[in-house]
Design a protein around this ligand. Structure first.
Ligand code: RFL
Ligand code: PHB
Length: 396
């Protein structure tokens, strides 16, 4: 079966779904092709913190109704060193706040909006392949239920995550990749218990990093740093709760409500950037082009700022034949990406135990955390990055 659209989007994660919704508001026709089932896409537990810029894009896309009602505004967060914590007041330091609202909910709201308007959102699209990306007549092929499909288009946008086919379609002599793999992962736990604090707690502890986060007043999300060799079956819930109580410190432990996990998984930590984010008629957005360690809560937010830029560029192109936004997309997106990469790498280094860390390196962490606690300037640098750097920083 053969069809035609203006923009073919590969991947129905937050990047692909938000882009499709933003393009819809501009009257641009697109198709989203997703390999997994809807249930699989909606069931993935991932990020939880939205920058104000991401919330603004979801508003612009017309999908922020439930987010406005149920999202939790967070004006600050806590940093703990060896169990004693202090607060970083984002609102006071930057005038802005983040919103705690799960990626699962964002994805759910975006899919619901697509289905309500009967948009072209194809689940279980197998063998997605990109063709003629460097030429003038790009197209995407896939199969579904044994039928072969071909979608002709003006542009292809690869929103298919780290393992998808889009980045792999760019010739290796064009693509440059930059990478850091960290020697540990995060063991995460989701449980239907009230959070141990009103705000998030990032903890640097001699036993390793821990994070207390949440999804709602009745659902908690916790993480502990673990070696990559660790097996999930060696972490029954009670062991994980004990470890969290130790690493987060006595105040958090006193308020911690334990309960059975409803999800538990180990995620490796990686920094990765692929340059450029455009090749011919293919654009990359979100995890397809870059990965950050989750410490800075930037992964989902970068996916959103990429597609915000791309939607603007495509709108100008279709509205007034102005291709400058599309031409500048890669450089502008990468400029912001690198700033978020730097922050995520730095915050990971500040809060985690590294296997090769000597006493000097530990003292450096302690001194830096004490400096952040003591200095408004140092706290403002942290808060400005955490809440999300203004797009203007990247536009030059
Ligand atoms: P996604 O969400 O990975 O979506 C990509 C989509 O593309 C589909 N796909 C294909 N579709 C068609 N054909 C193919 N051949 C395809 N191959 C793949 C996939 O099925 C999927 O639906 O990327 P996107 O949209 O760029 O969004 C990025 C965010 O999801 C990501 O940055 C964050 O979730 C990263 N991340 C976290 N970020 C945080 O800020 N905090 C976290 O706690 C956090 N936890 C996580 C995470 C990422 C994880 N991954 C990717 C392994 C936990 C995990 C497990
Ligand atoms: C989460 O709630 O999953 C979360 C929050 C903050 C992070 C990472 C993950 O930095």
């Amino acid at each position: 079966m053969r069809s035609r659209t203006q923009v073919a989007i590969i991947g129905a994660g937050p990047a692909g779904l938000l882009l499709s919704q933003l393009l819809h508001t501009q009257g641009i026709d697109c198709v989203v092709l997703e390999r997994q089932t809807q249930a699989h896409v909606e069931g993935r537990i991932r990020a939880g913190v939205l920058e104000p810029g991401t919330v603004a894009l979801l508003e612009q896309a017309g999908v922020a109704g439930r987010l406005r009602r149920e999202g939790l505004p967070h004006h600050g967060f806590r940093l703990a060193l060896d169990g004693a914590s202090f607060r970083v007041d984002m609102q006071d330091l930057t005038g802005r706040a983040v919103t705690v609202y799960g990626q699962t909910e964002v994805t759910h709201d975006l899919i619901a909006a697509h289905q309500a308007r009967g948009a072209a959102l194809v689940f279980q699209a197998a063998d997605v392949a990109l063709h003629d990306i460097a030429g003038d007549t790009p197209f995407v092929t896939y199969s579904q239920d044994g039928t072969a499909h071909r979608v002709d288009c003006d542009y292809i946008v690869g929103c298919d995550g780290y393992h998808g086919p889009s980045r792999a379609s760019i010739p290796p002599d064009v693509l440059r990749v930059f990478e850091r793999v960290y020697p540990f992962g995060w063991l995460g736990l989701l449980a239907d218990v009230p959070p141990c604090d009103e705000e998030l707690i990032y903890s640097n502890h001699p036993r390793g990093f821990a994070l207390a986060s949440m999804r709602s007043p009745t659902r908690s999300r916790y993480y502990v740093q673990v070696p990559l060799s660790e097996k999930l079956e060696d972490w029954p819930d009670e062991r994980l709760w004990d470890e969290l109580a130790l690493r987060l410190g006595p105040d958090a432990a006193a308020n911690m409500v334990r309960g059975p996990s409803i999800e538990k998984s180990i995620v490796p930590l990686r920094s990765f950037v692929a340059e450029p984010m455009r090749h011919g008629r293919l654009f990359l957005a979100g995890d397809a082009a870059h990965i950050v360690p989750p410490t800075g809560a930037k992964g989902l937010n970068l996916a959103a700022s990429d597609v915000g830029l791309l939607a603007e560029g495509l709108a100008a192109y279709y509205r007034e034949h102005n291709a400058s936004g599309l031409e500048q997309y890669s450089a502008r997106a990468l400029s912001r990406v690198w700033m978020a990469e730097r922050f995520s790498w730095w915050f990971t280094g500040l809060t985690h135990r590294f296997p090769d860390m000597d006493d000097f390196a530990r003292r450096m962490q302690v001194a830096e955390l004490n400096y952040i606690r003591a200095s408004d300037h140092a706290r403002r640098v942290l808060a400005e990055n955490y809440v999300g750097l203004p797009m203007a920083y990247a536009l030059g």
